[in-house]
Design a protein around this ligand. Structure first.
Ligand code: HPA
Length: 245
């Protein structure tokens, strides 16, 4: 079964015929909310709102382990993770949809592994390619089928938040090779890998990252709201097509 984790701007799935909601308890505590089960055009999907259904959980407080564990327990094999980002690369202005293929993790202090001692053997997952290439290809195909423009590939930088970055931090991330910046991409991706779930992100650029774009001195999150909402509409169309293939 396919799961969709929705971030800011995507707290529910359009056209989802909801069958039921289920609260799942995990050894790691409570997920961000109940899992919503349903179907889009007769294809089963599970949806989870990453920040909770009232959008109250900040990025560093999300129980990523509980979220991923709950999905694995429900036999989810694939997770498409939608998340809002700031654009760093010149060709990634607000409204751009990017399918990253790499990541750099700058987060700290998050509970980031299921392999944290006890009686479990130490396990080092391979993370050379952090995202599932087959699932990325499927998303790309769905984008093409619905004629939605997306950028194929990019380096996602995961920052701690909840504050936005300084201009110097963004310059450093760019020097490191980062193309877009968000706060929720890690440890979500590596936890999914630890449990053998295919995982791929869809990043929606909401704003220029700090110091980029025209407004060099502050990030104006409201300036691009309309373009962002329009991009979220395009994500809905991609997702509707994706569940069919
Ligand atoms: N930085 C980090 N995370 C974000 C941003 C940003 O500029 N925009 C949306 N999520």
């Amino acid at each position: 079964m396919l799961a969709i984790i929705g971030g800011t701007g995507l707290t529910r799935l359009k056209n989802l015929q909801i069958s039921h909601r289920q609260v799942i308890r995990t050894p790691y505590g409570e997920p961000s909310g109940a899992l919503t089960f349903g179907s889009i055009n007769d294809h089963h999907v599970v949806f989870l709102a990453r920040h909770g259904y009232g959008h109250t959980i900040p990025p560093h407080e999300i129980n990523y382990r509980a979220n991923i564990w709950a999905l694995a327990e429900q036999k989810v094999k694939r997770v498409v993770a939608v998340a809002t980002v700031g654009g760093i690369r010149d060709d990634m202005p607000p409204g751009t949809i990017v399918l990253p293929d790499q990541l750099i993790d700058y987060t700290w202090g998050r509970k980031h592994t299921f392999f944290d001692g006890g009686d479990k053997p130490v396990t080092h997952i391979d993370f050379t390619e952090p995202y599932c290439p087959q699932l990325r290809a499927r998303i790309l195909k769905a984008a093409k089928a619905t004629k939605q423009k997306v950028i194929d590939g990019g380096v996602y930088a995961a920052t701690q938040g909840p504050r936005l970055e300084t201009a110097a931090e963004i310059n450093r991330i760019a020097d490191d090779g980062g193309h877009l910046v968000g706060m929720t991409g890690m440890p979500e991706a590596s936890l999914a890998r630890e449990l053998g779930i295919s995982y791929a992100p869809i990043s929606v650029v909401a704003n220029w990252a700090a110091g980029r774009g025209d407004s060099k001195h502050r990030i104006d999150l409201s300036a691009a709201e309309e373009v962002f909402l329009e991009a979220i509409e395009r994500v809905h169309r991609i997702l509707e097509s994706l569940v069919k293939v």
